[in-house]
Design a protein around this ligand. Structure first.
Ligand SMILES: [Fe+2]
Length: 293
């Protein structure tokens, strides 16, 4: 068995590396921790060696996703364990700074996934005094051809399905967060958004002023979603990757099959369920005026 417990890093292709570096360093407030021989730049928001990677490319968009796991098994035994689910893996040693060994595979929708057990600690703390300075990467939203199949695949490797919006948008977690991943059926491909967790609503509001002063306008929000109950708002990074900033998301108590009770929950207790689209997008009645899907 392996226990995947954390969304560790997300790697993006970057066409204009300088502009992207400036955004993730000066606007988001992540700390640059390393560069490699391919010109990739590493950023940390924590004690980890990295949580965001920007790789020079003639393309934009998501490139890889890394999840951290814990296990008593050796890396070869983990690869063997994944084989039983027909997952074709490659083991790599010292393939990137800070990660001595990892297991790479492609998920059914073609997303490049890396699993790693340990990552070295960054020399410089991820916490800066300037910029947004999120707590962490909270979750990743990916477009897929078939959300039902994708959810079934991630359940095999230990993720838990929390909520659904109808039958096209599935939420999954590997820890206490309401969702670490979500998948929605779409004719388009690629990442829908990456979400950074704010400390609280005051931090989020300060951040929105900061974004405006730095020429960034919001695409939607803030408002409180239904599934997850996160207060969220969205803007784009310089290369069109949609960024969600959120706070106050549901905490999943897996052992009880409920979310930690909150005064704004309409259900008591709030359990994983299927939401209708209209009730889910905004509990505060803010319309999705721009097509974010
Ligand atoms: Fe989100």
């Amino acid at each position: 068995m392996i226990n995947i417990f954390k969304l560790g890093y997300v790697e993006f292709n970057a066409k204009n590396l300088e502009e992207m570096k400036n955004y993730y360093s000066e606007i988001v407030g992540f700390t640059e921790s390393d560069q490699d021989e391919n010109g990739s730049v590493y950023f940390t928001s924590s004690t980890d060696h990295h949580n965001i990677v920007l790789s020079p490319s003639n393309q934009t968009g998501i490139k890889k996703v890394g999840f951290q796991y814990e296990s008593d098994l050796s890396i070869n035994e983990v690869a063997d364990y994944l084989k039983r689910f027909d997952i074709k893996t490659t083991i790599q040693f010292d393939a990137k700074p800070g990660v001595p060994e990892l297991i790479q595979f492609e998920d059914p929708e073609g997303y490049q996934i890396e699993l790693y057990q340990s990552m070295s600690m960054t020399k410089k703390p991820g916490y800066k005094s300037k910029g947004i300075v999120p707590n962490k990467i909270g979750h990743l939203s990916l477009r897929v051809k078939d959300a039902k199949k994708q959810v079934a695949f991630y359940e095999k490797i230990g993720f838990v399905n929390t909520d659904w919006i109808e039958d096209y948008f599935g939420f999954m977690t590997c820890n206490r967060d309401h969702h670490v991943l979500n998948f929605f059926t779409s004719e388009k491909k690629g990442m829908h958004h990456i979400a950074f967790e704010m400390r609280n609503y005051a931090h989020l509001v300060d951040t929105l002023d900061f974004l405006r002063l730095n020429g960034k306008h919001l695409e939607w929000g803030p408002s409180r979603h239904g599934a997850g109950h996160n207060i969220a708002c969205y803007h784009y990074d310089p290369e069109g990757n949609l960024i969600e900033l959120f706070t106050d998301a549901d905490v999943f108590i897996k052992e009880l099959g409920i979310f930690d009770p909150r005064p704004w929950h309409q259900d008591f207790p709030q359990k994983p369920k299927v939401w209708s689209t209209d009730e889910c997008l905004s509990l505060w009645g803010v319309d999705f005026e721009k097509a974010l899907v």
